[in-house]
Design a protein around this ligand. Structure first.
Ligand SMILES: *Cc1c(COP(=O)(O)O)cnc(C)c1O
Length: 225
């Protein structure tokens, strides 16, 4: 199967879910070359996710040099020494979990660019190895982020525990949807429209539970080394 066929297959699967909410596809291109991204772009895919800042910036610069404007999402952890690069190059940060990082991104977002879209990452399966805030911390962090004029809070992101059984998966996704609904209700004046959850293996379940953005890598680009 080619990248284009894989992409069409995933889009068909999303459609089949027959969700009441709109669902966007984020193509996760980490470790993959620009030639792969170009194929996906030529098939109509515009939003791409990268995990590593420098790798992402290199790809963003390459596409800019070709005059191709894609939407770039940082989906990996962000350390404070990399915030400037991210503020200058990316369109979205999906892994915000500390006010200090939010403040740096806010200060470093170039004036000529639109506000940086951000999602708060929630450590919904409460795994020690994962970044993200605890659900109880959401209200405070969200209240701080909406004060920052160069950031635009768009919603929440989660990476649930891998290899959970179907029942656990569903419960976890439903917990995220409940948090997302609360956030929307709390900030009706903010453009909170994005609940990023679901990957290659659990995409359909995530959509059934309310996801508005699935992040799919290997099912589009093939396995990573
Ligand atoms: C790698 C990655 C994905 C994509 O995973 P696949 O299993 O390849 O679809 C999605 N989200 C995050 C945060 C990732 O790091």
């Amino acid at each position: 199967m080619t990248i284009v066929q894989n992409l069409q297959h995933i889009l068909a699967q999303i459609k089949q879910c027959d969700a009441t909410q709109a669902v966007r596809l984020l193509a996760v291109s980490k470790t993959k070359p620009v030639s792969d991204i170009l194929q996906a772009y030529q098939a109509g895919q515009c939003a791409f996710g990268e995990n590593y800042v420098q790798e992402g910036v290199d790809k963003i610069n390459w596409f800019a040099s070709q005059n191709i404007h894609l939407e770039w999402h940082l989906i990996g952890p962000l350390q404070s020494n990399k915030t400037k690069l991210v503020a200058e190059h990316f369109d979205w940060v999906q892994t915000l979990d500390r006010i200090k990082i939010a403040e740096r991104l806010n200060a470093q977002r170039p004036a000529q660019r639109a506000a940086l879209n951000v999602l708060i990452q929630v450590n919904i399966s409460n795994e020690e190895s994962k970044s993200g805030i605890q659900p109880e911390q959401l209200a405070v962090l969200a209240a701080q982020i909406v004060q920052l004029p160069r950031l635009r809070l768009r919603g929440l992101m989660a990476i649930p525990q891998a290899n959970a059984d179907i029942t656990q998966q569903k419960e976890t996704f439903e917990k995220m949807t409940a948090l997302f609904n609360q956030l929307q209700k709390r900030y009706p004046e903010q453009p909170i429209d994005t609940l990023s959850m679901g990957m290659s293996d659990d995409m359909q379940m995530a959509i059934q539970c309310g996801s508005t953005m699935v992040r799919v890598g290997s099912a589009i680009f093939g396995l990573r080394n």
